[in-house]
Design a protein around this ligand. Structure first.
Ligand code: ADP
Ligand code: MG
Length: 271
């Protein structure tokens, strides 16, 4: 459905659709947990093709914002609009079908499946509806998906462990597996919550290189990250959350020198 049609269907919802080149528009989002304001007045535009980093001290509301975007949490007020579709009120799988994939802070993989099977699963389940009536088509699709899953596994550095069960993986490897499960979906928008947490520096650098390559492919990404080396290596623009509010927004150069950002991080780490 086009933006115009979607707007025509929902003429009175009353939220802004964002700037013309924004693919994800977060409009005046509030979220409280038992009186704690996890998010207040959050407005954010993510532009088509950019890598947008959301940074901020622990407890700033970063994961909450991501969970609002993917339909895991319903905001108390405000809305999230992706590619002209109002996501607020939609179920996580409906949001996923619109082309939004996510990599969570705590990896969510299937422990009893092998690494290869885990990577194949999002692609198989996406295409299952089209092929379940014809087992021969399903078989040829499965072969194609297996080939692609092997390529994706190689791109995240898991090619030597394809038949290992996910339950035996280290936390860092699980994060790479989750990234692979996101990538095989070819999403228009990939949301990543601290994709390098729990990784050794060598693996972090490999993940930065991989995410740079995806950037060349034009996929829009929102990345929540604590590691400033990762943020400044990847981000086109940065939004800074502190105490549930956006306190600064701009290019990495602008953010680096912003006194409000330095203050928010005081006692945490150096920006
Ligand atoms: P960040 O990802 O920036 O570290 P979070 O979004 O996880 O921060 O948390 C923001 C605030 O909301 C924190 O104070 C956290 O304790 C609180 N919070 C997050 N999720 C819940 C929840 N499900 N129930 C209650 N409080 C929560
Ligand atoms: Mg978090």
């Amino acid at each position: 459905m086009s933006i115009a049609e979607d707007m025509a269907n929902e003429p009175d919802r009353g939220f802004e659709r964002g700037t013309p080149n924004s693919v994800l528009h977060i409009d005046d989002v509030h979220k409280s947990f038992a009186g704690l304001h996890a998010l207040s007045d959050v407005d954010l535009d993510v532009r088509e093709g950019e890598t947008h980093a959301i940074i901020g001290p622990n407890g700033a509301g970063k994961s909450t914002l991501l969970n609002v975007c993917v339909g895991r949490l319903k905001p108390d007020r405000g809305a999230v609009v992706f590619d002209g579709h109002v996501l607020t009120g939609k179920a996580p799988h409906e949001i996923n079908q619109l082309g939004v994939a996510r990599v969570f802070q705590t990896p969510e993989v299937f422990p009893d499946l092998t690494i290869l099977e885990n990577i194949m699963l999002p692609a198989l389940s996406k295409r299952d509806g089209q092929f379940k009536l014809n087992p021969f088509k399903l078989f040829s699709k499965e072969t194609a998906i297996r080939d692609e899953a092997e390529q994706v596994a190689e791109s995240v550095g898991l090619q030597s462990q394809l038949t290992a069960h996910a339950s035996s993986m280290s936390r860092g490897d699980k994060r790479r597996l989750e990234l692979a499960m996101g990538l095989i979906q070819h999403p228009r928008l990939l949301l990543l919550d601290e994709p390098t947490a729990g990784m050794a520096r060598h693996d972090t650098n490999a993940t930065i290189d991989l995410l740079k390559k995806i950037k060349e492919g034009g996929m829009t990404k929102v990345i929540i990250e604590h590691d400033m080396h990762v943020v400044f290596s990847l981000a086109d623009r940065i939004s800074v959350l502190a105490g549930g509010r956006i306190i600064a927004q701009g290019t990495p150069e602008e953010i680096k020198d912003d006194p409000k950002v330095k203050e928010a991080y005081l006692g945490e780490e150096q920006v």
